[in-house]
Design a binder for this molecule. Structure first.
Ligand SMILES: *[C@@H]1O[C@H](CO)[C@@H](O)[C@H](O)[C@H]1NC(C)=O
Ligand SMILES: *[C@@H]1O[C@H](CO)[C@@H](O)[C@H](O)[C@H]1NC(C)=O
Ligand SMILES: *[C@@H]1O[C@H](CO)[C@@H](O)[C@H](O)[C@H]1NC(C)=O
Ligand SMILES: *[C@@H]1O[C@H](CO)[C@@H](O)[C@H](O)[C@H]1NC(C)=O
Ligand SMILES: *[C@@H]1O[C@H](CO)[C@@H](O)[C@H](O)[C@H]1NC(C)=O
Ligand SMILES: *[C@@H]1O[C@H](CO)[C@@H](O)[C@H](O)[C@H]1NC(C)=O
Ligand SMILES: *[C@@H]1O[C@H](CO)[C@@H](O)[C@H](O)[C@H]1NC(C)=O
Ligand SMILES: *[C@@H]1O[C@H](CO)[C@@H](O)[C@H](O)[C@H]1NC(C)=O
Ligand SMILES: *[C@@H]1O[C@H](CO)[C@@H](O)[C@H](O)[C@H]1NC(C)=O
Ligand SMILES: *[C@@H]1O[C@H](CO)[C@@H](O)[C@H](O)[C@H]1NC(C)=O
Ligand SMILES: *[C@@H]1O[C@H](CO)[C@@H](O)[C@H](O)[C@H]1NC(C)=O
Ligand SMILES: *[C@@H]1O[C@H](CO)[C@@H](O)[C@H](O)[C@H]1NC(C)=O
Ligand SMILES: [Cu+2]
Length: 391
């Protein structure tokens, strides 16, 4: 471990800290749905269930737990993913959300064969979702001939953090709906995902403040690619009001948050961990605006984000001990880089991920045992989420 660069070490600690479900066998269940875009290219739409994951008691690390799936099922190979959306269910298939005390705190999907374009010391973060479950509509409802290219040799790794607001541990299943074309048709572009984060390339978690307005901005990232900006998806936590994405300091996408739009996002009997306004309905962030077709990105352009919070207006999440939970500000920007050009940033040697997996399992066996180890591991995972794992 000590020979590895710092950020990479933290990243390994994060994967090691997470309960690993080794390989696809612990995971199951691909449900076939009706494709919505590009049926003339034999497109498919599937919902893949990952898990179940057992979330701990709310008294154990505020009910939060990280899980890593080192070899998560891919929807397809040598294909173009045109749409992605996450969900959360109980094992019996019913909808799980804050009204029943179960949160998809976040999930992140990594392509272990590629380096991240914005933070090349990490694996590529191609998809992420918080509990607001934003659809990532890369092909803009089939109006743009583009998708995320998945090579046969690519591997997915997945990070899941669940939060359980009940005293008894419960199981939940993370679903990801993918739509894809099973090959790369002539004339289609491939997209590069760009992860913009108020933590820049270090952590994704920043401290919150109570009953006030505050904001955080990311360091402007100077683009190394040219292409069309097709889709922007963003993530903030409770208390967040909006997130602005800037291209060359000009507003490109203004993402307003909305609260409590569905019953799943309203807790009529607030649980102890979120008791800032006891006895009242507690509303949680239920959606954040996305953008589509935001024009051209050129090499040398800068991209940055500012996340705005008003915790007087919307209660932030509070830990079991009364302290404020950390907040985030992230945007994922999908840029079509060119006709049939496969966007692989600075390449990852194939030996690297094997080495990473080996080192991670070694760390895992030494750190998994004790309660103390768990605490330390969780700390690593939180940091790692920011570093390797992102959201
Ligand atoms: C779609 O699948 C059918 C049946 O496998 C095949 O005959 C057809 O050529 C495919 N179309 C395209 C565009 O690949
Ligand atoms: C499904 O599981 C959840 C969580 O255990 C439970 O609350 C719910 O009643 C179950 N629903 C059905 C239809 O069995
Ligand atoms: C697969 O998922 C579907 C839909 O959620 C569910 O009805 C079915 O029981 C699941 N099958 C297995 C084997 O888990
Ligand atoms: C790509 O990622 C690997 C593993 O995370 C890292 O060792 C390597 O330095 C990265 N490459 C670049 C150019 O940053
Ligand atoms: C796609 O279509 C749906 C349904 O009409 C609409 O709600 C959504 O805003 C559209 N998304 C984009 C990115 O155009
Ligand atoms: C897919 O992966 C193989 C093996 O790493 C590589 O040779 C090939 O160039 C990749 N294809 C694309 C389109 O990136
Ligand atoms: C949620 O908390 C309850 C009570 O502490 C616990 O029994 C249950 O296992 C937890 N669920 C998960 C998925 O951890
Ligand atoms: C929030 O701040 C305002 C103005 O500073 C103050 O009047 C109010 O009492 C505070 N509310 C809470 C719940 O602390
Ligand atoms: C990210 O970069 C911005 C702008 O340079 C800076 O203000 C901020 O403190 C950085 N955040 C972190 C967590 O380093
Ligand atoms: C961005 O959205 C926020 C929240 O909806 C709004 O207050 C602000 O005026 C918007 N900014 C611009 C430049 O439209
Ligand atoms: C809320 O806190 C009270 C007192 O600390 C405790 O008795 C009760 O079990 C807690 N309820 C939940 C749902 O955690
Ligand atoms: C923050 O929310 C409070 C309460 O809704 C409101 O009075 C105040 O104007 C908001 N501040 C800003 C900067 O929007
Ligand atoms: Cu988050």
């Amino acid at each position: 471990m000590h020979q590895l660069p710092l950020l990479f070490s933290i990243a390994l600690a994060a994967l090691a800290a997470a309960d690993t479900i080794a390989g696809p066998n612990g995971v199951s269940n691909i449900t076939t749905l009706k494709p919505q875009f590009f049926s003339q290219y034999n497109s498919s739409r599937v919902q893949i269930s990952y898990g179940p994951f057992t979330a701990p008691s709310s008294f154990d690390n505020n009910g939060m737990k990280d899980f890593g799936v080192r070899d998560a099922i891919k929807p397809c190979s040598n294909c173009l993913i045109t749409f992605m959306e996450a969900g959360l269910q109980y094992p019996n298939g019913t909808y799980a959300n804050a009204d029943t005390g179960m949160w998809l705190h976040h999930t992140v999907m990594y392509n272990m064969q590629r380096n991240d374009t914005v933070c090349p010391q990490m694996f590529e973060r191609l998809f992420a979702s918080g509990n607001e479950r934003t659809p990532i509509n890369i092909c803009v409802n089939g109006t743009e001939k583009a998708g995320y290219f998945l090579n046969a040799t690519d591997h997915f790794a997945m990070l899941v953090e669940l939060m359980n607001e009940t005293e008894e541990p419960r199981d939940a299943v993370v679903t990801i709906t993918y739509e894809y074309i099973p090959f790369v048709p002539a004339g289609f572009d491939t997209v590069t995902p760009l992860w913009l984060d108020i933590g820049n390339c270090t952590t994704s978690e920043m401290p919150a403040q109570a009953n006030t307005t505050f904001e955080y901005s990311s360091t402007p990232w100077t683009s190394s690619i040219t292409g069309q900006i097709l889709a922007v998806g963003s993530h903030i936590h409770d208390g967040g009001t909006y997130l602005s994405v800037f291209q060359n300091d000009k507003l490109m996408c203004n993402c307003s948050a909305a609260y409590g739009q569905l019953p799943g996002y309203v807790e009529s009997m607030p649980m102890n961990k979120s008791m800032m306004n006891m006895g009242m309905d507690m509303v949680h962030i239920s959606s954040i605006q996305t953008c589509a077709n935001d024009g051209t990105l050129k090499v040398g352009d800068t991209l940055s984000i500012t996340a705005h919070y008003n915790t007087s207006e919307f209660s932030p999440m509070v830990n079991e001990d009364g302290t404020l939970a950390p907040i985030m500000g992230i945007s994922l920007v999908y840029v079509a880089v060119g006709k049939n050009q496969i966007a692989v940033s600075s390449g990852t040697p194939s030996g690297t991920s094997t080495g990473a997996a080996a080192a991670a399992s070694a760390t895992s066996s030494s750190g998994a045992g004790s309660v103390g180890g768990f605490g330390i591991a969780v700390g690593g995972a939180m940091l790692g989420f920011g570093v390797l794992l992102g959201l």
